[in-house]
Write a protein that binds this ligand. Structure first.
Ligand code: UGA
Length: 456
């Protein structure tokens, strides 16, 4: 199929590369000229495991451009642009609006007799696809005949919703091996086009990835529903995950007070298949560009209907409190933070990405700096930090040298194989806060550290 993808962020680029890998003739369009030039040269605009290799393999079927006219003859046009939190608390739809306007300026030139299926992949409030349809109709009526509803000429487009469930750091695997696909459609024809687009993924018939270890073998589930329902499914999924995390983090605080073991508690409840072990790892709370933003958006939607959302609000509050736990533990152990030197291990909001959006590291560093500590950090992939005073160091050893305490913020695999004894030898005092409960307390204690985890 001929596919256009508007937006080359985590969702747009991964989707574009994976669809090209599945043999669809794919064009990725973005307004950022320098990003497009870099992509043409095979350079990714962000760190994402496996995506670079897949882009190389997909090269024959993928093109990059800033010219929206390239979308005109596509059978399917996916939109994957940012939908950040607006200043008033709702969702900022200006990127989506701008993508639709750009499409509206070229769509009238379409020669195909089939309507273009526009697939919204942005996380947007219920009703947005319907609203985008109106925006596009308005663009087209300004330039020509009314489209989309006219009985005289066939519609130029239809809009559906296929929400995205990929996780940063696992984006390729989540796209090619999703647990499920959700198609929000207005007609049987739209469903058919989406089935055709996703056939290689639904059937698992794309070429094998380099390593097959840990890949799921089950075929993805498929939910076909209305567009509005699909839009709400995405919010429900992310807010459920966030609620699960805040639940285990709340239990972790209780576990800490009682002196019980939160890891065993997570195992003990997670083995119940109705609960499941995923998203039960207690820690310094979630970060990233999605969970917090989506809770705020859903709370705002509920507010429009006069509905209270106490569960979602508590979910947010628990998460806000989690980041403060690190500061409290440091105060308990070091007593006075002024003049202390704290080293952060890992800065990205989670492993596998260099994304610092809503990263706990930045908030923790900001609080420590404001309390008079000196803070430095190391991350295997983050190259720059948007926080004045937080000094970036080239290795874990460089972070430890002269420090009073280390805080493990991001659970990068390389931290498993560090010689803690060697690091301890260069430190001033030996406090270790494991913000992800990643390491064995006994190993750290044997290396001379005072080890504190979350909920332990
Ligand atoms: C999340 C959802 O998981 C995806 O399904 C969704 O597609 C995506 O948002 C989106 O809306 O685009 P992502 O933000 O990439 O994906 O990250 P997650 O893997 O969900 O992790 C979120 C946060 O939860 C991270 O800070 C992570 O460290 C934290 N987390 C996760 C825990 O603290 N404990 C856990 O057990 C799991």
């Amino acid at each position: 199929m001929r596919v256009a993808v508007i937006g080359s962020g985590h969702v747009g680029l991964t989707t574009g590369v994976c669809l090209a890998f599945c043999d669809h003739d794919t064009t990725v369009i973005d307004v950022d000229q320098s990003r497009i030039e870099r992509l043409k040269g095979g350079q990714l605009p962000f760190f994402e495991a496996e995506l670079g290799e897949l882009l190389e393999r997909a090269r024959p079927c993928i093109h990059f451009t800033t010219d929206f006219a390239a979308a005109t003859e596509a059978d399917v046009c996916l939109i994957a642009v940012p939908s950040p939190t607006a200043s008033g608390g709702g969702v900022d739809l200006s990127f989506l609006r701008s993508a639709i306007d750009s499409l509206g300026r070229v769509l009238a030139d379409r020669r195909s007799t089939q309507p273009m299926l526009i697939v919204n992949k942005c996380t947007v409030p219920v009703g947005t696809a319907a609203m985008a349809s109106e925006w596009l109709r308005t663009c087209l009526t300004v330039s020509a005949e009314p489209q989309g509803t006219s009985t005289a000429s066939p519609p130029l487009f239809t809009i559906s919703s296929a929400p995205e469930f990929l996780r940063e750091g696992l984006a390729v695997r989540d796209t090619l091996y999703p647990d499920r696909l959700v198609f929000g459609v207005n007609s049987g024809r739209d469903e058919e086009v989406l089935r055709e687009l996703y056939r290689p993924i639904l059937e698992g018939s794309f070429p094998p990835l380099g390593s097959s270890s840990g890949l799921p073998t089950a075929v993805p589930g498929l939910v076909v529903t209305s567009v509005a329902t699909a839009e709400l499914i995405k919010y429900a999924a992310n807010t459920f995950l966030a609620t699960k995390l805040s639940f285990i983090n709340e239990i972790a605080s209780l576990s800490s007070a009682l002196g019980t073991d939160i890891q065993s508690i997570a195992e003990g409840i997670g083995l119940d298949h109705r609960i499941g072990r995923d998203f039960l790892s207690a820690g310094i709370g979630w970060g990233g560009s999605c969970l917090g933003k989506d809770i705020l958006a859903l709370v705002e939607t509920a507010r429009e209907y006069g509905l209270p959302t106490p569960l979602l609000q508590s979910t947010m509050e628990v998460n806000e409190g989690q980041r403060g736990i690190v500061v409290r533990l440091l105060q308990e152990e070091l007593r006075i933070l002024k003049g202390s030197r704290i080293g952060l291990l890992g800065l990205a909001f989670k492993p596998g990405t260099d994304d610092l959006r809503d990263a706990p590291s930045l908030e923790i560093a900001g609080r420590l700096l404001s309390l008079g500590a000196t803070v430095c950090g190391y991350d295997p992939v983050v190259q720059a930090v948007p926080l004045q005073g937080l000094e970036l160091r080239p290795s874990a050893a460089a972070v430890a040298a002269g420090a009073d305490a280390l805080v493990l913020v991001t659970e990068w695999d390389e931290f498993r194989s560090i010689s803690w004894q060697d690091l301890a030898a260069t430190m001033r005092r030996h406090i270790f806060i494991d913000g992800r409960n990643m390491l064995q307390p006994s190993v750290l204690r044997a290396a001379g550290f005072c080890y504190r985890g979350i909920g332990g």
